[in-house]
Unconditional design. Structure first.
Length: 911
């Protein structure tokens, strides 16, 4: 018994051997419980289904029980005589007739009893007792020793468990971690099923859960089943509703077998009972965590045992004390840290201030739109912000250590740089404009400001330069000057003629007046045409008066050609048309298309000699409706073809032949076609003729649904049919699907399978917006983005990234690079359409703002010109008509008066 690791098996072996030794029909061994009021059956031979080993029965007042309690053996020769006691009656009914009870007595205490029963009366005698007594005494000693050993081992284990918990608690000063360690230690080392630790909020008089172990512990599981987050709750227990919590407030443990009672009224009883059944717990205990008579919190533990021993209660109280000390230590540590922080606050404040200023400066430099560079006094670059890298085309890493001479374009006089260096080395700020060269060799105009950096002694130790790309504004100025110059030049020629012939009218004989008046009328009409063309061009660029509708191009052109048939016939030209009826519809402004095609036909008629032929064709090709105007005229030299669409441009041959025109017709036609999302091209050979071909997007009509009115886009941009999108993805199915989806929404779509192919298609597509995958072969989306942004025409194109990767760092990279939006696959196509339309609206607004100065200036100039030109032109026209009608019948006074009116109009036009 002393050495056996299996007590139950040892007890069974002992009673089995005693049965053989004594010849008894049954032998059992029962031990007294700790309270001394019950026997626990620990062994029985032979086994009996009616009696369970481990069952506990009360010690009765029978003579046998009394003797055993007092350490005396007891013979029962006839069980029938004592059948009025429950134990004796049970034996008698089982067929036993006599019994011998031998106490296990040691050091004044009864440990248990050996019980022998026989089916014969008077079966046991003194000789049996003489054999059993020394065995019983030995058993008593062995059981006592075993219990002492077990108690010692248990205490050792308990102490070890307490040490482990204490060590774990001592390893951290973090309050949350302390509570987690306490909960885990109670389950891991003290054998409980689950544990919950709470903090007590004295102000709210409520308990707040802070740790549980395991994760699905009782209270946590119950709250999860209620759909509540325990970490966001606090529990107030009224002692009147839950008297057990009065114990905690008084610093006493509280034991309760019902979990429902334990958590009443926070959790409904049915749910609490379900949780208790789920975990199989039978008893719950809560002990207070106290320090200096203050309640800090509680430990709630649940066990599968029916009772919780005093020893375990004391262990929990010890753990609670350990937790209290750890809490106080952690709080003391926090207090020490707080005081230390106060002592160091002044130094830390200044350090933090400097750090904040540095970080703020870095944040500004990193995100400011201006290009910022910091150099030493030699001009060697020490820092360049992202905007500077984007502007120059170099990476930030490439720029560090380089000298700013790297950007010298050789387009700025040396005197400018000498004056700049002289100024900044004196410690003064320099501001001016320079022309710099990018990494790719392209030039840009920069508005540059350089500020000296000084050390504590005031010595210049470096410079910070800020520059902004003003190439676009320079272009605005150039366009202003060019516009005014062109208008001035084109106006001066007819005005000179008007002034010249006005002078001739004064001196020429009357028979020449009619010819001179015809010249005046022709030049006046030329001025009117020029002004109307300028106003038309301005209206187109301002994106006004745009009314798109579905058009049958063949029918429109057929009606238009009817107007030119008489002109062609009068000039001896053949006007031929090929206008099939099966060509798809286009969505366009009727009057603008008529104007564009009219300009092309007019040019063809003007520049084709008599006997020539002008042909107008319409056909469909690759989703586009095409129209060409071909002639057999003089043709355009190759060196003039690149400039043919420039405003006011007229070729040498045209000027030499004296063909009338303003040089704006083709510019107007190009603006109209571009506005409709199309393009116009020219092919020509000198002496053989020219062909102008325009391409317009075909209108996609779904037969299964009624036409849907597209929502209006900003008035300064074309309808959806005019928006050009470039979609880039290496998945051909996704690429085809996105293309069809966007085309069906009314957009023009170009596609590419990687960034390299997309770059090659930029010139053709001229996209207003780009939708690009990130992960692609050859060139990925990020590299493609940087390549587009490095181009002057790609800086403002909106970018939408598509990717199967939704990691935050990937999305942040796209955002930091400047992408407008980011969609993670799979995504809703309608979401993409919504984003595309929103970004195009924003793009239109930004582009309109950029163009506002040019357009506004042109509007103001043209409004003024329109008013200032029309009034004197009206005078000139009216007086010319009167002179033509009056002729020689006019008096000299009337004649001179009309000439004076024409002269005043001419002078006003010249001014």
């Amino acid at each position: 018994l002393s050495i056996s690791p299996d007590l139950d098996r040892a007890f069974a072996e002992i009673v089995s051997q005693l049965r053989v030794l004594t010849g008894a029909d049954r032998v059992s061994l029962a031990l007294v419980t700790e309270d001394g009021e019950h026997f626990t059956l620990v062994a029985l031979d032979p086994p009996d289904d009616a009696i369970t080993v481990g069952s506990v029965v009360p010690i009765t007042a029978s003579a046998a029980a009394t003797d055993v309690r007092q350490g005396r053996p007891h013979f029962t020769p006839d069980l029938g005589a004592e059948a009025h006691f429950p134990a004796e009656r049970a034996l008698y009914q089982a067929g036993f007739r006599s019994r011998l009870n031998v106490p296990l007595f040691f050091e004044g205490g009864v440990q248990g009893a050996l019980n022998l029963a026989s089916r014969r009366r008077n079966a046991f005698h003194q000789r049996h007792l003489e054999v059993l007594r020394p065995i019983a005494d030995a058993l008593a000693v062995a059981i006592t020793n075993r219990r002492l050993l077990e108690e010692t081992a248990r205490q050792r284990d308990h102490l070890a468990a307490l040490r482990k918990v204490d060590r774990a608690i001592s390893e951290t000063l973090d309050l949350s971690r302390i509570m987690e360690v306490v909960a885990e230690g109670i389950v891991t080392h003290l054998g409980f099923k689950a544990a919950l630790v709470t903090f007590y909020d004295a102000e709210e008089d409520a308990f707040r859960p802070v740790a549980t172990y395991p994760r699905g512990a009782l209270l946590r599981r119950a709250l999860d089943m209620l759909g509540l987050d325990p970490w966001s709750l606090s529990f107030h227990f009224d002692p009147e509703e839950n008297p057990g919590y009065r114990n905690l407030l008084e610093g006493k443990p509280w034991i309760e077998t019902s979990f429902a009672v334990f958590v009443h009224p926070i959790i409904p009883r049915p749910l609490a009972d379900a949780v208790q059944r789920l975990y199989g717990t039978r008893c719950n205990i809560s002990v207070p965590i106290r320090s200096q008579q203050r309640l800090l919190g509680t430990i709630l533990a649940a066990t599968e045992e029916e009772t919780i021993s005093e020893e375990i209660q004391q262990m929990l109280l010890t753990v609670a004390d350990q937790a209290a000390m750890a809490i106080e230590k952690a709080r003391l540590y926090e207090e020490v840290r707080r005081h230390a922080a106060i002592l160091e606050e002044e130094v830390a404040r200044r350090t933090a201030q400097l750090r904040a200023e540095k970080e703020q400066t870095e944040a500004i430099l990193q995100n400011v739109a201006d290009a910022i560079v910091i150099t030493d006094v030699e001009g060697n670059i020490q820092y360049a912000n992202p905007a500077f890298a984007r502007l120059t085309g170099y990476s930030q890493e490439e720029l560090i250590g380089q000298n700013t001479r790297l950007l010298n374009s050789k387009q700025v006089p040396d005197e400018v740089f000498q004056e700049m260096w002289s100024t900044i080395l004196r410690g003064e700020v320099w501001h001016g404009e320079v022309i710099n060269r990018r990494k790719d060799g392209s030039l840009y105009d920069a508005d540059l400001t350089i500020v000296p950096l000084r050390d504590e002694e005031g010595k210049v130790v470096g410079f910070i330069g800020s520059q902004r790309d003003i190439s676009q504004w320079k272009e605005v100025d150039r366009l202003k000057s060019q516009f005014i110059s062109n208008v001035s030049h084109e106006l001066r020629t007819p005005l000179t003629n008007i002034k010249l012939y006005l002078g001739l009218l004064h001196t020429a004989p009357p028979e020449h007046h009619a010819a001179y008046l015809a010249v005046l009328e022709r030049e006046t009409m030329r001025l009117e045409r020029l002004i109307e063309d300028i106003l038309d061009l301005s209206r187109l660029e301002a994106q006004v008066e745009y009314s798109p509708e579905p058009l049958v191009l063949s029918a429109l052109i057929r009606d238009l050609l009817a107007r030119f048939s008489s002109v062609a016939a009068a000039r001896g030209l053949t006007l031929h048309a090929e206008l099939p009826e099966t060509v798809p519809l286009v969505r366009a402004d009727r009057q603008q298309i008529i104007q564009a095609v009219s300009n092309l036909i007019t040019n063809a008629l003007n520049y084709t000699p008599a006997g020539g032929r002008v042909t107008v064709r319409v056909w469909a090709e690759g989703g586009m409706v095409c129209l060409s105007v071909s002639d057999t005229g003089i043709g355009i030299p190759p060196d003039e073809q690149p400039r043919i669409f420039e405003r006011f441009f007229r070729g040498r041959e045209v000027r030499q032949r004296g063909v009338p025109g303003t040089g704006l017709g083709l510019s107007i036609a190009q603006e109209i076609i571009h506005r409709h999302g199309g393009r116009i091209m020219v092919e020509s050979q000198v002496g053989k003729g020219s062909t102008f071909t325009l391409y317009l997007p075909a209108l996609v009509v779904r037969e299964e649904t009624a036409p849907v009115q597209e929502p209006a886009l900003p008035s300064r941009k074309p309808e959806k049919g005019g928006w050009r999108l470039l979609v880039v993805d290496d998945d051909p199915r996704l690429l085809a699907g996105l293309s069809e989806w966007l085309i069906s929404a009314g957009y023009q779509v170009w596609t590419a399978r990687d960034g390299q192919e997309a770059l090659e298609r930029l010139e053709e597509a001229r996209p207003h917006l780009i939708v690009s995958d990130v992960m692609m072969p050859r060139m990925d989306g990020f590299a493609f983005f940087e390549a587009v942004r490095s181009r002057p025409d790609g800086v403002s194109i909106p970018f939408i990234f598509l990717t199967a990767r939704g990691e935050r760092k990937t999305i942040l990279k796209g955002k930091e690079m400047g992408a407008e939006d980011y969609l993670v696959k799979p995504f809703d196509p309608d979401e993409l359409l919504t984003i595309v339309e929103a970004r195009l609206r924003r793009y239109a607004e930004m582009k309109a703002a950029h163009e506002a100065e040019v357009i506004g200036l042109r509007e103001r100039i043209l409004t003024l010109l329109s008013h200032e030109f029309r009034t004197p032109l009206t005078y000139i026209t009216a007086y010319s008509d009167m002179l033509a009608e009056g002729g020689t019948q006019l008096s000299d006074e009337e004649f001179q008066q009309m000439l004076q009116g024409i002269r005043r109009g001419s002078e006003r036009l010249r001014r």
